[in-house]
Write a protein that binds this ligand. Structure first.
Ligand code: AP5
Length: 219
């Protein structure tokens, strides 16, 4: 199965993708995570991407589509994948069609997480993650069970993303409205879009996604 989690910054794509990985053995392909890893490693792609990401703008279509193609080749054909943060432009949507068809894959679902803009700013500016294992948390909605100790790996080091400030978030949202939201009709025309209320609590959003996947498996 190949699914896209589509939604604005902070909609919960990463949160839900990790749940699906745990529950179904699917693999999350997050272009944001791939780019951040490239920045951290200081690769040529990372050096090119850093300033663009810090400004909240979009990295070039060729770079992100190249990353997705390479990662799919590493995974092989039997693995189910969740595209998180890709595609983000009409050109990337075209590339994804080519990438999938060249590898004998097809897109099964596009799940749109719908969240109000004020809630997105609140979520992103409160977000932090474990510096060691990357587990995600939030100042109010998802704190570690024990103060300052990661639930997953026990580390006491946490970090925040440099682009998680209000000014950059507003730019990321404007980019989403201008370039990403317009690709939804491409998939609606194919009858593969499901809309989920992303304002609901994390567990309920997960249940709604599970229901969509279960219907698909049954049919
Ligand atoms: P990327 O890393 O993809 O960031 P994003 O799309 O802005 O999305 P986020 O990761 O910020 O949000 P999310 O939807 O995953 O939310 P999360 O689950 O963390 O991209 C970063 C940058 O990289 C881009 O700006 C661009 O420069 C570049 N880039 C990446 N892909 C690209 C591409 N394809 N093309 C070009 N450039 C690209 O949740 C957020 C917070 O809310 C968390 O704290 C979480 O705990 C909490 N939360 C989640 N769900 C709920 C809920 N239901 N209720 C309450 N809280 C919740």
């Amino acid at each position: 199965m190949n699914i896209i989690l589509l939604g604005p910054p902070g909609a919960g794509k990463g949160t839900q993708a990790v749940r699906l990985e745990d529950e179904h053995g699917m693999v999350q392909l997050s272009t944001g995570d791939m780019l951040r890893a490239a920045v951290k490693a200081g690769t040529p792609i990372g050096l090119q991407a850093k300033a663009v990401m810090d400004a909240g703008e979009l990295v070039s279509d060729a770079i992100v589509s190249g990353l997705i193609g390479e990662r799919l080749d590493e995974l092989g054909s039997d693995v189910s994948v969740i595209f998180d943060g890709y595609p983000r432009t009409a050109a990337q949507a075209d590339s994804l069609d080519e990438i999938l068809s060249a590898r004998g894959r097809k897109l099964d679902h596009v799940i749109e997480l719908q969240v109000e803009e004020d809630a997105l700013v609140d979520r992103i500016t409160g977000r932090f993650s474990c510096a060691k294992c990357g587990a995600g948390y939030h100042d109010r909605y998802k704190l570690p069970k024990v103060d300052n100790v990661c639930d997953v790996c026990g580390s006491d080091e946490f970090k925040r993303r440099p682009d998680d400030n209000e000014e950059t978030v507003r730019t990321r949202m404007a980019e989403y409205r201008a370039k990403t939201a317009p690709i939804l009709p491409i998939y609606e025309a194919r009858g593969i879009v499901a809309h989920v209320d992303g304002m609901a609590p994390i567990d309920q959003v997960n249940e709604a996604i599970e229901a969509i996947l279960a219907t698909a498996t049954a049919s």
